[in-house]
Design a protein around this ligand. Structure first.
Ligand SMILES: Nc1ncnc2c1ncn2[C@@H]1O[C@H](COP(=O)(O)OP(=O)(O)OP(=O)(O)O)[C@@H](O)[C@H]1O
Length: 281
């Protein structure tokens, strides 16, 4: 279980990115974090794994107070948090298998990491995970020979090879087409259920969040302004999170019109388009 209490982040520039965030994520729960650009979503995720230092407050993962850790203890705690990225963060010239195994880099000794020699159990588990994420035939392919969806599957397998207690997921579908996006969200959801893994998924696509998350938290200007079940996310709540907009679907009489609108908007096109298309069916 992850617990954030009164977490505040103020950047040296003076930007107050998070203010007094209180949040508890039980094991096995998939929480989507939505909100407009600049609301603080990435900052929140990065405070949890301490890529960003919170200015004040407490962040506990199980019995461990993460904000007090440094050095080796912090590295150990980070291993308990698998990270999945929008741009996959794979090493292009390495194979799929090598990329997945790199999830264990922090756990094997220096020479093994240096020589990329992994223990047999890590290799067996990597095979198993690649099978589970649907890539058993791509093991020897170079990462740069894969499609975006396949790359994200590798990223997911790599995160799981760490055997984490928690997944931190930053815009996992932002570079993917709508069908692949749904497949990836479904996969993350299934894996969280199978492994009793909690996940925080930073996502702009409200329809995807609605369909695949157990819970949605809405951030606005660094504060949580909505925290509840996906069904409770109505037009009024969307206005609270994103600001005034006609969220009713009657505005969108054709998908084409919706797509035109979305492509001409500079902010959160995925959010607008997903709402327009009524989300996933
Ligand atoms: N390294 C930084 N230095 C100074 N200010 C920052 C830094 N990173 C983020 N901020 C500021 O903190 C606030 C929150 O930014 P953050 O990136 O967490 O928002 P976000 O909700 O993830 O946005 P997006 O959806 O566009 O990724 C913004 O005002 C941003 O300008």
């Amino acid at each position: 279980m992850l617990t954030l209490s009164q977490v505040t982040k103020r950047y040296p520039t003076g930007d107050r990115a998070l203010t007094d965030i209180d949040l508890t994520l039980p094991a096995g729960q998939v929480m989507a974090l939505i909100g407009p650009s600049g609301a603080g979503k990435s900052t929140l995720i990065r405070c949890v794994n301490r890529l960003v230092e919170p200015t004040s407050g407490s962040i506990r993962l199980g019995d461990t107070e993460l904000t007090r850790l440094s050095g080796r203890e912090l590295r150990r705690a980070r291993r308990a948090m698998g990270m999945i990225f929008q741009e996959y963060a794979l090493v292009d010239r390495l194979t799929v298998m090598e990329n997945v195994l790199s999830g264990r880099l922090g756990q094997v000794g220096f020479w093994r990491s240096f020589l990329r020699r992994y223990p047999a159990d890590a290799v067996t588990e990597a095979f198993r995970l690649l099978e589970r994420v649907g890539l058993p035939h791509a093991i020897d392919k170079r990462a740069d020979a894969l499609s975006g969806g396949q790359r994200q599957r590798v990223g997911i397998a790599r995160a799981l090879l760490q055997d984490p207690q928690l997944l931190l997921v930053d815009e996992p579908t932002a570079s993917l087409d709508p069908k692949t996006s749904r497949q990836i969200m479904r996969l993350i959801r299934e894996l969280c259920a199978e492994r009793e893994l909690g996940a925080i998924i930073n996502i702009h696509d409200v329809a995807l969040a609605r369909q695949f998350a157990d819970r949605i938290a809405g951030l606005r200007a660094g504060e949580i302004v909505f925290d509840g079940r996906p069904e409770a996310l109505d037009a009024e709540t969307l206005t609270t999170i994103y600001g005034e907009e006609n969220w009713g679907e009657e505005e969108w009489d054709t998908q084409g019109q919706a797509a035109d609108e979305a492509s001409s908007s500079s902010v959160e096109p995925a959010t607008r388009l997903s709402l327009a298309t009524g989300g996933a069916s």
